[in-house]
Design a protein around this ligand. Structure first.
Ligand code: AHR
Length: 520
C-alpha cells in the first residue's frame, strides 16, 4: 500500500510539473561561503514535558504493558524517533521543571512520591518516569539529555546534588545511591537548563532577581562527567526573553559581560509560540486559508524576534560566545475537543508542517547565533511529532519534515539566491518560496524549499546542476492531517528534477515542503 502510494505520488509529482508551474520557473542560485556556519544538529532538538500524554502513554507504558516496550518505554515510538536522529531532548519541563524535585523520581517505584501535576490538568503524577527512565529513553533514541533544573522552587544545593547523582564517577554517597538504584556508570548531561520561564511559571521573578538566582546555580551545579575528549563541556542555558513584560536577555547578558570568574553560562533561551492570539483558539483541523495565512504570517515573527535578541546579545557578546537556544517553539492551537484542556492535545496538519519547515529555515539562517532549538513538544502535546492512542501511533506531518531535514543536521549552510515573488492573502504578504541549502558531511549539497502558496504551484531552475532527487510533502488541502484511521494521508513522496537547459528544473506543488539532494 505504502509502496503503491509512493509510486503514485512520484508519478503525480512528475505529471504536475507543467500544470503546477504558474509562471516561468524561478532561477535559484546556490553560492559558496566557506565562512558560513554549521547548522548545529541541536537545532533539531525536541521537548518532552510531564504534561498530558507527553510522557505517560506517549513514551512510558510500563514493563507490563501489552504494547511492545523495552524497560517500559514503547518500542514503536523509539523506532520512529530514531529515524529523526534526534540530537537532544529537553526534560522534565517547561513549567513542570520548576516544581520538579528529582528525589521524587528515583529509586524503588513503591517509594516514589505521588503528587498532583498542578501546572497541567491537575492530574496525578506518579513519578514512575524519573531520572533513570528519562536517561534510558534518551539512550534508546540516541539523543543527548537536556535537563532543566528547578530554579523556581528548588535550591542550588538540590540541583547540585541531582547533577552529582547523575554524573559522578567517583565513589561518592550520591554515586553509590545511583549504583544501588541500578546504574553504576554515570550518565552524561551535556545540556543544562537553568530554570524555565522564571518570569512566569518559574517564580514570576524580576530580571534582576532571576540573574542573582541563576548565578548561584551556574556556580554551584557541577557536571562530573563531561563529554569525552573532543566534545564541549556541559552547556548551561539561562532563561531569556519574555514575550510579555521583561527582557531577561538584556539583564542576563549584561550580567554575563561583567561576570566574576566564579560563574558562566554558555547559552540563553528564547521561547516563542505561533498562536494567532492568546489564549490559543485557532482550530487544528477544519480551517481555511484565512487561518493558514494568519499562522504562516506569524511564523515569520520568529525571524525578527531572533534578530532582536541577537542584537542584544551582540552588544555584550560580539564574539558570539553565548548561544541562543529557541528551546520552546511551535504552533499552539485550540485543544482537541473532548480532551482535558490542561493536556494541550492538538492535531497536526500540513499547515503545521509548513510552519515547522519555515522555522527550521529561519534557525538555519541565524545559525551564527542560534545553535539550539526544541520544538514543543515531542509526543501528544502541542506541535507533536507523534500522536498515540493506546497501542496506536500516527506520525504527524511535522514528523515528516523533521525526517526530510535530517541531512541538514551539522551541515554547512550555503547562501541561496532566488526571487520567488510573494504570496498575498488579505493583510498577509509572504515570500512565496522559502529555501535553505547546505553541504552535508559527505560533501553532498541539499536544498529545502517551502512553497508557501497554498493554491499555486511553482518551479525552480538551478543552472549548472544536473540532478535533484529527494522527497516532497504535500496534500490536497492545507488542513490535511494524519489520523489513526488514515495515518498516511500526509506523507512524503519521492521527487526528481528534470534536466533542462544546462540545469535542473524542479516542480514545487502548492503548499509543499521539498527536500532534494543536488548533483552536478
Ligand atoms: O510547552 C508548554 C508550556 O509552555 C511550557 O511548560 C512552558 O514553559 C511554556 O509556557
Amino acid at each position: 500500500m505504502t509502496v503503491l502510494r509512493r509510486r503514485l505520488g512520484m508519478l503525480l509529482v512528475a505529471l504536475a510539473l507543467p500544470l503546477a508551474a504558474r509562471a516561468a520557473p524561478v532561477e535559484l542560485t546556490i553560492g559558496a561561503d566557506s565562512a558560513a556556519p554549521v547548522i548545529d544538529r541541536n537545532l533539531f532538538g525536541q521537548f518532552a514535558e510531564h504534561l498530558g500524554a507527553g510522557i505517560y502513554g506517549g513514551i512510558w507504558v510500563g514493563e507490563q504493558s501489552p504494547i511492545a516496550n523495552v524497560r517500559g518505554i514503547r518500542s514503536d515510538v523509539v523506532a520512529a524517533l530514531r529515524a529523526l536522529h534526534v540530537p537532544n531532548v529537553r526534560w522534565p519541563g517547561g513549567c513542570f521543571a520548576d516544581e520538579y524535585h528529582w528525589r521524587d523520581g528515583i529509586g524503588p517505584v513503591s517509594a516514589r512520591r505521588v503528587q498532583i501535576n498542578s501546572n497541567w490538568g491537575g492530574v496525578t503524577e506518579s513519578n514512575r518516569f524519573g531520572t533513570a527512565e528519562f536517561m534510558d529513553f534518551a539512550e534508546q533514541i540516541g539523543a543527548e539529555p537536556y535537563v532543566s533544573v528547578n530554579v523556581g522552587s528548588g535550591s542550588p544545593r538540590e540541583a547540585a546534588d541531582w547533577l552529582e547523582y547523575m554524573t559522578a564517577a567517583a565513589d561518592t554517597t550520591l554515586a553509590r545511591e545511583r549504583a544501588a538504584n541500578g546504574h553504576p556508570a554515570p550518565w552524561r548531561v551535556p545540556l543544562l537548563g537553568l530554570g524555565n520561564e522564571n518570569w512566569g511559571c518559574g517564580g514570576a521573578m524580576s530580571p534582576d532577581h532571576y540573574v542573582e538566582e541563576m548565578k548561584r546555580f551556574a556556580h554551584y551545579v557541577h557536571n562530573y562527567s563531561p563529554p569525552a575528549a573532543g566534545g564541549a563541556a556541559m552547556k548551561r542555558i539561562a532563561v531569556g526573553w519574555d514575550a510579555g513584560k521583561y527582557d531577561y536577555t538584556e539583564a542576563v547578558m549584561r550580567a554575563w559581560a561583567d561576570k566574576a570568574y566564579s560563574w558562566d553560562i554558555e547559552g540563553i533561551s528564547l521561547h516563542n509560540y505561533t498562536v494567532g492570539g492568546w489564549p490559543p483558539h485557532l482550530p487544528a483541523t477544519g480551517f481555511g486559508l484565512d487561518d493558514y495565512a494568519t499562522l504562516i504570517g506569524e511564523t515569520y515573527h520568529m525571524d525578527s524576534l531572533i534578530a532582536r535578541q541577537s542584537a542584544v546579545m551582540d552588544k555584550y557578546d560580539p564574539q558570539r560566545k553565548v548561544l541562543l537556544a529557541v528551546d520552546e517553539w511551535g504552533a499552539w492551537l485550540a485543544s482537541t475537543p473532548g480532551t482535558n484542556p490542561g493536556f494541550l492535545a492538538q492535531q497536526n496538519s500540513l499547515r503545521d508542517a509548513i510552519l515547522a519547515a519555515i522555522n527550521l529555515n529561519i534557525f538555519a539562517r541565524h545559525a551564527e547565533r542560534v545553535k539550539m532549538a526544541n520544538i514543543a513538544q515531542m509526543i501528544n502535546v502541542l506541535q507533536a511529532m507523534i500522536l498515540t492512542d493506546g497501542p496506536r501511533l500516527v506520525l504527524t506531518p511535522t514528523y515528516h519534515v523533521y525526517r526530510l531535514y535530517v541531512p541538514f543536521q551539522g551541515a554547512q549552510r550555503l547562501p541561496v539566491m532566488l526571487d520567488g515573488g510573494q504570496y498575498r492573502h488579505g493583510p498577509v504578504t509572504l515570500p512565496r518560496i522559502d529555501a535553505i541549502a547546505a553541504r552535508a558531511h559527505d560533501g553532498a549539497v541539499w536544498l529545502a524549499l517551502v512553497n508557501v502558496d497554498p493554491e499555486a504551484g511553482s518551479a525552480v531552475h538551478l543552472a549548472g546542476w544536473h540532478g535533484a532527487s529527494g522527497d516532497v510533502l504535500t496534500a490536497p488541502r492545507v488542513d490535511a492531517i494524519n489520523s489513526f484511521a488514515d495515518p498516511a494521508a500526509v506523507a512524503p513522496v519521492p521527487v526528481v528534477g528534470r534536466a533542462d537547459g544546462g540545469g535542473v528544473l524542479l516542480a514545487l506543488p502548492p503548499r509543499s515542503v521539498t527536500v532534494v539532494r543536488l548533483d552536478r
